[in-house]
Design a protein around this ligand. Structure first.
Ligand code: F6P
Length: 538
């Protein structure tokens, strides 16, 4: 096995060669290419053949994975070792979605029995709300849930709800994350407090935005229902005592452990709102799909391992070819929020500049991720993807069979996804453009200026993930695929993917500025900051 440094050097050499050839040409040179770079895992089809690597480059990437001992790192993750070393914690989100009766341990402590009990409690609570057995303070059944939470306490549940929600839900979910009072006002609009459950989700139960919104939502309930309103509060937190002190009845506090990272928490009681809105069975199916991806990640050889290969493809672009940005484009309106979810998952996990040992990293880490739903983005940033000066790799996600609506429209959607990936790779040669313009009778002087503008360089890479249907298991598998992909990248880069110290400074400075905006004494600031505070205090 090569040393890590030697493997990185080999990857860099491979990438240097890749700059001098075209992806499309590799299909002729490598008859096995499509077969070797396509795989199915947990109900997802992944095609990495439009990536810039040759099959020989893939071997160099796999050597890197071996040199970094991905298998040992994966073993430590699943064994519940303290892989989040800076916080002395395991990262055991896989235990939350494992089949009932599993035997996970977090730093040696058994956790599966407690998880099974919590899942049963969540399911019973969701059923009681949906059946109307559990009613509001005035005896009315619940028709709406206000889910209050931010970051990992929001992105996952919000995405799951949008992806799977019925068109006309029995219990509607509305989400409030931003401390901007507009979001709560819009979420509460039209709701009857007597029929609304407020679910406050916060691992710490101290997050400024969430506590501000939770207090306002509680006030909205109390204003209409009096003190009995607190019976309509539910909390999900790793700090259950703080939640109870807030006024949530003890039997409506759902806990989870500190080894569940915020951005990996949708599988825990953080998903309670989804279980209420979608039904407990749907939520369990989501967990089962994620667990199937866990099983694949754990068992598949590296060369056929979907999270490992996706990570290596992204690393080849990021480190080999120096591409600092990646686009994620779900061709599925219901997956519109996937890029937002991945922004936290990838950039909070791997946006790090020092290793887990406190040394500066030897190479670039997380790419910036952006995206939105296709086809809309074809009318926004795809111009830049096709003809901009930077090469931005794209992850396409498409769903073969629509859950609803006109199948003809779905076919148009799919045609666009496939065609965009093809267009990015093959481009359009200037000679073809010139020939077309000449055939159209364009004047020679116009052809000179127009042909370069209508040329597409191509050779722009993409990954293509195809789901047969957007159902709960496949959604679970998709999210778990990206979770493990992110973990593998973190191991390759030698960073801790499970902490997020970079969010702390802004939080503490916001507290200082807030005190000043509220009339406290002026602090020491740079002139620009002092000017802004002064302007808003005036
Ligand atoms: O963004 C920082 C962060 O700590 C995230 O990691 C977390 O998901 C979010 O804040 C919300 O935290 P909490 O669930 O404790 O309110």
């Amino acid at each position: 096995m090569p040393t890590t440094d030697a493997a990185w050097i080999r990857l860099a050499a491979a990438a240097a060669q890749a700059k001098h050839r075209r992806i499309a040409g590799l299909f002729d040179a490598e008859p096995q290419r499509l077969a070797r770079l396509s795989l199915s895992a947990a109900g997802l089809d992944l095609d990495l053949s439009k990536q810039p690597w040759s099959l020989a480059d893939l071997e160099a990437c796999l050597d890197l994975a071996r040199a970094c001992d991905i298998e040992a790192a994966r073993g430590a993750l699943f064994a519940g070792e303290a892989v989040n070393a800076s916080e002395h914690r395991a990262a055991l989100h896989m235990a939350l979605r494992a089949p009932k009766g599993s035997d996970f341990k977090a730093q040696g402590q058994p956790v599966s029995a407690e998880i099974d009990a919590m899942r049963a409690r969540m399911a019973a609570f969701a059923r009681a709300i949906r059946s109307g057995a559990l009613k509001g303070a005035t005896g009315k059944p619940f028709r709406a849930v206000i889910h209050v939470g931010i970051g990992g306490s929001d992105f996952g549940p919000r995405l799951v709800w949008e992806a799977l929600r019925p068109v006309a839900p029995q219990v509607e979910l509305r989400f409030v994350a931003n401390v901007d009072p507009a979001e709560l006002a819009l979420a509460l609009d039209g709701l009857d407090p007597a029929e609304t459950l407020v679910v406050v989700v916060s691992k710490t139960f101290t997050t400024q935005e969430t506590m501000t919104n939770a207090t306002a939502a509680r006030g909205w309930l109390r204003a209409a229902l009096g003190p009995a309103a607190d019976a309509q509060l539910v909390a999900v937190s790793a700090a259950p005592d703080v939640a109870q002190a807030f006024g949530v009845p003890a039997d409506q506090v759902f806990g989870f452990r500190d080894w569940v990272g915020g951005r990996y928490s949708v599988w825990s009681a953080v998903g309670l709102s989804c279980a209420i809105g979608l039904g407990a069975e749907v939520f369990e199916d989501l967990l089962a799909g994620a667990s199937a991806m866990d099983a694949h990640f754990l068992a598949a050889p590296l060369a056929q391992n979907a999270p490992v290969l996706l990570a290596l493809a992204h690393v080849f672009n990021r480190n080999g070819l120096g591409r600092p940005v990646r686009a994620v484009v779900p061709y599925a309106q219901r997956l519109r929020l996937l890029p937002n979810f991945l922004q936290q998952l990838e950039m909070e996990s791997n946006g790090k500049r020092v290793t887990a040992h406190g040394q500066p990293v030897a190479r670039d880490t997380a790419a910036a991720v952006f995206g939105d739903a296709g086809t809309n983005v074809q009318h926004a940033f795809f111009q830049l993807l096709h003809q901009g000066t930077e090469v931005i790799p794209v992850d396409f996600i498409a769903v073969a069979r629509a859950a609803e609506g006109d199948p003809a429209a779905q076919t148009i959607l799919l045609a666009n996804a496939i065609a965009q990936a093809e267009a990015l790779m093959i481009g359009r040669a200037e000679a073809d453009v010139r020939a077309e313009l000449t055939a159209q009778g364009a004047p020679a002087v116009e052809i000179e200026t127009l042909a370069p503008q209508r040329t597409f360089p191509g050779d722009r890479p993409s990954a293509f993930i195809l789901l047969d249907r957007l159902d709960p298991p496949r959604l679970g598998a998709l999210l778990a695929l990206y979770e493990h992909k992110t973990f593998v990248e973190g191991v390759l880069w030698g960073i801790n993917s499970f902490d997020q110290w970079g969010v702390e400074l802004g939080k503490s400075l916001a507290s200082r500025v807030l005190a000043e905006l509220r009339g406290g004494p002026a602090g020491v600031h740079d002139p620009s900051t002092a000017h802004l505070i002064g302007k808003l205090k005036a």
